[in-house]
Structures are given as structure tokens and as C-alpha cells.
Design a protein around this ligand. Sequence first.
Ligand code: NAD
Length: 379
Amino acid sequence: MANKFERRQFLHRFGQAAIALPAMQLMHWDAMGTPALAGDGSRLAGFQDKKLGIALVGLGQYSEKQLAPALQKTLNCKLTAIVTGTPEKVAPWKEKYKIPDKNVYHYQNFDSIRDNPDVDIVYVVLPNSLHAEYTIRAAKAGKHVICEKPMATSVKDCEAMIQACKQAGKMLSIGYRLHFEPHNLTVMEFGKKKTYGNVKKIVAIDSQEMEKGVWRLDRERAGGGPLMDLGIYCVQGAIYAAGANPIRVSAKEGPKTDVEKFAEVEQTIDFQLEFPGSAIANCHTSYAESGNLLRVEAEKGQYELEPAFGYEGIKGKTPQGSMGLENVNQQALQMDDFASCIINKKPTRVPGEMGLRDVKILMAIYEAARNGRPVAISV
Ligand code: NAD
């Protein structure tokens, strides 16, 4: 059992909500705030010797504003290396995170990371179309991989990534941070346990205004528009709210109010996922408005998260009132959990196979929108 001090350490780092949730399967801490026990009570092998080293590939917004700061709070892993194609970023990153020259890479010499014992995990945080290449190169270099969502821009690429990691005997996980977030975990648990009876209807919305001229509006690099970037959270949310995978989808692209900006990708898309039984999820995603909601109507009541999918500020309501959960550092928990899975040789809850499933569903949504007919999903 964690003593009072351990509990205080935990609350200080991750908020009260996390400790209340058995589904978090997190660690207990020793007196120095070091993880001592895995979620199942087993000792973390080698935890005292070394935190696993992470190399961030791509130093854009998500790496700079979320992942690198989160890596200052992780207990099983730390930032040891960077991979960037922008020379001006090297000095500030080196200075801020005390990264030695030998741990700074660019895209051309990236493969030599195989010889660097400071790096155990490569975290791919590049535009979507580059996820496959860098995941496969990382696996071939003998590193475990976290790849950002969406896993890739095609099903074929996802399969090749899974195969490459298997062949190398390395673990692959997808940056699905909400699987470490207490409100979303609660919705998952309600779906799994049917706490409010069978789920009947789900509404999932994730929309954000997108500025002009960014790779997210370039079909080649993004693989699509808001569906690939934000709609994937609606797909994920609908699946864990329903506690099942969808069997059919219908979809319709919305009108473009800015045809120049959205020349290559959809501006808005609505889709409906059908689940076994009679549950349906009505989903909406757009790059021309804002919205963030996961609402579930079940036999015995309605519950919802709003906002549902952000880094912070998530709020949840059940028929009994506020969920009363706090927000946590999702990225720190996600990366620590992956490191713990590697150390303890346990499967990750967000594996490459989950990323592949979701990309199959995204492709089915596009197909349904293109053809104006429902598409059967087998995942
Ligand atoms: P960003 O545009 O801020 O950064 C992208 C980085 O890739 C930049 O450093 C850029 O220099 C580099 N890059 C290398 N080759 C490039 C190329 N050919 N074109 C454009 N940039 C190139 O993007 P971001 O917001 O950091 O997103 C990166 C990845 O992380 C995406 O896959 C995105 O979906 C994912 N992401 C996930 C979350 C999450 O909550 N899990 C949040 C944000 C982004």
C-alpha cells in the first residue's frame, strides 16, 4: 500500500482524480517520488537504475508545448535526444533540456540513433504522412516507438509499421493520451460495465478553426482534413463510449465556405457509426468552427464530457451531477505508462493495432462520403 507521503506525491503530480480510478493502473511511489510498484503491485524492474530515454522526432507545436514539458514530470522516462530538420531549434532545445551534442540528430543521420544507448524510445511527432517512414526507421534502429495520431495516412502504412516493430522485437504505441485521462476513462468504464445500461445514442464533436497555409490542409502530408486530425477523437470517443467497435458507417462532407483554404481537404464532415445492437454515434468534425463534446444517452440516463478531448479543462456530468474529477498531465501519464510496459514487458493499452483499426475506420468514413452509401466496417 502506498503510504501518506506517496499518496501526497501522487496527488501533487497528477491530481486527485487519477488515484480514484482503478482503470488508470498507475504506479505507487517510493519516498523520493520514484515509481516503486506497477499498477498490479509488481516492482518495476530496473526502475532505480535508469529512466528510459526518449528521442522526440519533430520539434513542432506538440513536442514543444506539450511533450517536452510533460517529460519534465515523467518518472519512468526522460527526454534524452532530439531529431530536427531546423538548425535554429537546436541551440534553444539543447540549452533548455540539457541535451548533449551527441544526442542531436537531423533527418539524414537519424538511422545512426541505433548506436545511441541513451535512446530507448523514439517518439514520432511529424506530419501524418511521415509517421510510417520514421516509425519503420526507428524500429530498424532497434528502438521502441510511440507514434502520434493518426497512425498513418493509409492502412497499408499502418500494417507495415506494425510488421516492422514486430520484426525488430520492439513495442509500438500510438499517442492516444485520452486513455490516461480520468473523465474519458470513466466514460470507457461506463461503456464496458454498462453502468447506465445499454448505450443508445452517442454524440461526438471535435472542431477547431484552422489557419491557412499549414500542412494540415495539404492532402499529401495530412492524408485528409479535420477527420484525420480531430474526427479521430470522435471515432475513439464513440468506440469507448459504446464499448464496442462499429460495424457500419455513413458520412457526408459539408459545404466549403472557403474553397481556396480547403482546396485539398474537407472543411467539415458528418458521419454516423453503427454499433452491434442498436447504438449509433452521430459525429461531426470541422476546421471552420469550434466544438468539443462527447455525450452518451444510455437506457438509465445521460452523461457527457464537455469539453471532452482537450489537454486540460475537461469536465464531466452524469445523472448524479458533476463527475468531480480533476485534470491530469495526460502526456506524462501516457509516456510513463509506455515506459513501464517496456520495463515490465507488458502490452500497452494503446497499441499499433488500435491505430490501424482507427485508420481503417477513417478510410471507411471517406469512402462512405465519396460514394454517398453506407460502408460496412470490419475491424
Ligand atoms: P507542427 O506543424 O507544429 O510540427 C510539425 C513538425 O514537423 C515541425 O517541427 C516541422 O518542422 C516538422 N516537419 C518535418 N518535415 C516536415 C514536412 N515535410 N512538412 C511540415 N513539417 C515538417 O505539428 P504538430 O501539431 O506538432 O503535429 C505533429 C503530429 O503530432 C501530427 O501527427 C499531429 O496529428 C500530432 N498531434 C497530436 C496531438 C495529440 O493531442 N495527441 C496534438 C497535436 C499534434
